[in-house]
Ligand binder design. Structure first.
Ligand code: SAH
Ligand code: SF4
Ligand code: F3S
Length: 448
């Protein structure tokens, strides 16, 4: 049988939203090179692994899927395999991949993503293999060949990198120092996205609150300025952002969120631990009282603000008492949602060299406790919503029902007497909940 003459690509994406967005940029480059998206990797002419190394489990998954790609390549020697992102950027990993996986054609890191097209040309036209890692960031070079996934939401980078060096975290080592994108570029991109019909824009950065840009006229812009400026862009759309470091979220930012209608009333505010001793070891630069004060400040200005968080259990030396302190803060705040992680040792980080690493059994017990605790609190949050009205963006339709998120980022399934449309905002009354999921009915459509 003749092989399909149209070249196809498949991208495996791991990790955070920033990586998901980065994959949209890689997809744009592939489309420019004449590729179309394959439904599965088995039918692709190129497979790209856009990787994450935040926890060991992320890397194990990549290595497992590389094994599968190796088999595909044995059956089809013309298949191109590329790996990029945070994993090859980690010290020593690119060389390890070259040795252990000689079937990979292109290996590159986070700082040279914009050169993907050139690397692809080298492999396609000259039959050469490429391994190129830059060890430090250079000036931001945006790829404007973004092929966004279909839907009503779009991501926009506002900054890159992280300067915080939390002692457990690999991100500053693989994403480099903080760089903020120019305000004009950000506004320009959002303007066109809104004109294209996107209804939800998420501003992305490892710590968006550190946004800091000085233009050629020496005007300074901080994150609150970005929020202020982008929420004045004309159109019917909603703005979200992630992620915020608790030490940096300012009253100015919170006031702006409260004042501007386009800004979702939602903040992801990673706590990591509720124990002051552990927070210090983690180099988080706040204690539990300061964290709780930020939560109070947020709820003062925005009473129904959705607040979600990340927590790591089993950080080196974490005792039962430390863990109980975390549970206490979780109970006090009553988060809308919680992302819980088992501490994973990352070579090159400060915490990796600490004594008192915790055994896996204890870590598993603690994470289970925390998940159970949050489940109960989530039920309470869901119950509080019953009878309330809120603005929900219809993201998709499933069996005639609408599905989307409320202003405070809670997922809602809803029905209506009138036919529903994706990309429209609806005023929805919450009628019931099943576990932490909310169900409601449309009161009226908002806007045209
Ligand atoms: N920049 C974001 C987080 C990026 S990583 C922030 O600071 O909020 C996402 C989450 O992964 C972190 O919030 C943390 O909870 C978790 N994480 C990071 N390193 C980890 C590690 N070594 N082991 C387990 N979880 C980790
Ligand atoms: Fe990692 Fe801390 Fe930076 Fe977040 S703020 S990316 S957890 S070092
Ligand atoms: Fe992972 Fe890199 Fe994001 S390590 S969490 S993909 S910044």
């Amino acid at each position: 049988m003749m092989k399909d003459s149209i070249k196809k690509y498949f991208i495996h994406t791991y990790g955070c939203q920033m990586n998901v967005h980065e994959s949209e940029k890689l997809a744009g480059v592939l489309c420019q090179h004449g590729y179309v998206k394959a439904e599965e990797d088995a039918e692709a002419d190129i497979i790209v692994f856009n990787t994450c190394c935040i926890r060991e489990s992320a890397e194990t998954r990549v290595l497992g899927n590389l094994g599968h790609a190796k088999k595909l390549k044995e059956a089809n020697p013309d298949l191109i395999i590329a790996i990029c992102g945070c994993m090859p950027q980690k010290a020593g990993t690119a060389e390890m991949l070259k040795k252990r996986c000689p079937f990979i054609d292109i290996i590159f890191g986070t700082h040279n993503l914009s050169l993907f097209g050139e690397y692809l040309d080298k492999v396609e036209n000259e039959g050469k293999k490429v391994l190129e890692i830059w060890h430090e960031e250079r000036q931001i070079k945006e790829l404007d060949t973004i092929k966004r996934d279909e839907g009503v939401s779009a991501w926009v980078n506002i900054m890159y990198g992280c300067n915080n060096f939390c002692s457990y975290c690999i991100v500053p080592y693989v994403k480099g120092r903080e760089r903020s994108r120019s305000i004009d570029e950000i506004v320009g991109e959002i303007n066109s996205l809104v004109k294209e019909g996107y209804k939800e824009i998420t501003l992305l950065g490892q710590n968006v609150n550190s946004y800091n840009f000085v233009d050629e006229k020496n005007n300074h812009y901080d994150f609150a300025d970005v929020l202020d400026i982008v929420s004045d862009i004309e159109g019917d759309f909603r703005i979200k952002f992630m992620t915020s470091h608790p030490k940096d979220i300012s009253e100015k930012v919170v006031k702006t969120i409260a004042d501007k209608q386009k800004l979702a009333k939602y903040i992801h505010l990673p706590l990591q631990s509720g124990s002051d001793r552990i927070l210090k070891l983690m180099n988080r630069k706040y204690d539990s009282a300061q964290y709780l004060a930020k939560v109070d400040m947020i709820r003062n200005y925005i009473p129904d603000c959705g607040i979600t968080s990340d927590i790591i259990v089993g950080f080196p030396t974490e005792t039962n008492e430390d863990f109980e302190a975390t549970e206490t803060v979780v109970r006090k705040v009553c988060f809308n949602n919680l992302f819980t992680f088992i501490y994973s040792r990352r070579s090159g980080t400060v915490a990796d060299k600490m004594d008192g690493q915790i055994d896996i059994k204890t870590k598993r017990e603690r994470i289970k406790h925390l998940i159970d605790l949050q489940f109960g609190l989530g039920l309470r949050k869901a119950e509080e919503q019953i009878g309330k009205n809120g603005c929900v963006l219809c993201e998709k339709l499933i069996g005639g029902k609408g599905y989307g998120k409320s202003q405070n980022d809670t997922p809602v399934t809803f029905d209506s007497d009138e036919p529903l449309e994706t990309g429209k905002f609806y005023n929805v009354k919450i009628k019931s909940h099943r576990n932490t999921k909310l169900y409601g009915t449309v009161i009226n459509k908002i806007g045209d």
